[in-house]
Design a protein around this ligand. Sequence first.
Ligand SMILES: C[S@@+](CC[C@H](N)C(=O)[O-])C[C@H]1O[C@@H](n2cnc3c(N)ncnc32)[C@H](O)[C@@H]1O
Length: 242
Amino acid sequence: MPSVAEHYERVLSPVYAWMAGGAEHALAAGKTEIDALALPLPAGSLIVDLGAGFGMHAIPLARAGTRVLAIDSSAHLLAELKRLAADLPITIAQDDLLSFRGHLQGKASAIFCMGDTLTHLPEHTHVDFLVQEACEALAPGGYFVLSFRDYSEVLREHDRFIPVRSDERRILLCFLEYQEDTVLVHDILHERSGDAWETRVSSYQKLRLSPDRVISSLESFGFEARQQAGLRGMVRIVAKLP
Ligand SMILES: C[S@@+](CC[C@H](N)C(=O)[O-])C[C@H]1O[C@@H](n2cnc3c(N)ncnc32)[C@H](O)[C@@H]1O
């Protein structure tokens, strides 16, 4: 089975912005989400975006006047972020998000880990490690904001086939295969090439995280956490250090 990074390079990264409805649409949705959070983030404050992708949250945060450290493992998505960000104050690092502290200079006012990035971590213990690292990296009163899909409930039969997006050139469909702690995600991408369709299938594992499990990890490190409804059926958790 390919690693998460290999799966992105092989299938998802080249179509990720398309999958999200196009970069402009996604950046507008990211801005709406940031605005709705209404976090007190003064101009110039330091923000970390873990698994930043092409910058759905990093770009609106930087446009609002903050300095952003954007971490992602995908060279393709970071190149797209760099192009879209132009001269915004975003520092880009291609690295594992668990190593973000090595790129951070000073304490952060907020850390974001959005759009189901958290479930890409291989083990539940990595989630606890990330929460601990976030706790150490944040200034007092800092925020850790996470959004992810709750895969703790098992979908059955036809509900496991999830049409992600389709148009006249491309169709992306997901199939979910549940295991005890993880769900195996099979991405099936059809792309039009001349008169024919080309199909690529690649699979990777995601963690079956429950919101309660994440909240209890956050609380064990001293965060006050509340759960909200996120975008596109995701769960959002806003956690604050005292
Ligand atoms: C589902 S996408 C979300 C992207 C973005 N946060 C958003 O909301 O659009 C997950 C992102 O996390 C990145 N990623 C997954 N695992 C990672 C890891 N261990 N370290 C760094 N980046 C990772 C992927 O390359 C991808 O860009």
